[in-house]
Design a protein around this ligand. Sequence first.
Ligand SMILES: *Cc1c(COP(=O)(O)O)cnc(C)c1O
Length: 214
Amino acid sequence: MTIASNLKAIQSSLASKVTLVAVSKTKPNTAILEAYNAGQRIFGENKVQELARKAEELPKDIAWHMIGHLQTNKVKIIAPFVSLIHAVDSLKLLNEINKRAEHNNRIINCLLQVHIATESSKFGFGIEEVESALNQAKEFKNIKIIGLMGMATFTDDTQQISQEFKNLKTVFNIIQNDHITNLSMGMSGDYNLAIEQGSTMIRVGSAIFGQRNK
Ligand SMILES: *Cc1c(COP(=O)(O)O)cnc(C)c1O
């Protein structure tokens, strides 16, 4: 299967309200261009330097999403161009994004990452912290929080994965409004389960580009 045919197969299975973020981390520009030439315009990366380099080298109409954990000291590198930051997991990070957005005279779209997995290694706000974080975020004039993001536990137990996505959807339902419309959940292995539970944005890497070797 080629990148273009993988992409078409996934794209055609999605309802129009689900946005596909093609996760191109570790993949070369040639692979990204193959997806680009098949019509894909939204790409996700999880490392700041790699993201900045690809944004520099590749077509300017690509919307770049930062999907990985973001350190405050690296925000400035992507602030001039990033289209959406998925994994905002602290007020300290929001504060820094706001500062850098203001410096670049722009408003940066963000998703709050919510911790839904049982693994302690996954970052994010607790489900019970989301509303208070949203309230505190209102003071940041150069940030727009447009939704939530979450990652399920890495397990074969599909019931558990579905339950975790459902828990995130429940919080999303409570805070959803005219501006908060995006629910980023689901990757190659679990995006169908995520969509069943109400995902509006899936982040798919290996099912498009093939396995990564790192
Ligand atoms: C790598 C990554 C993905 C995509 O993973 P695949 O299993 O290759 O689809 C999605 N979300 C995040 C946060 C990632 O780091």
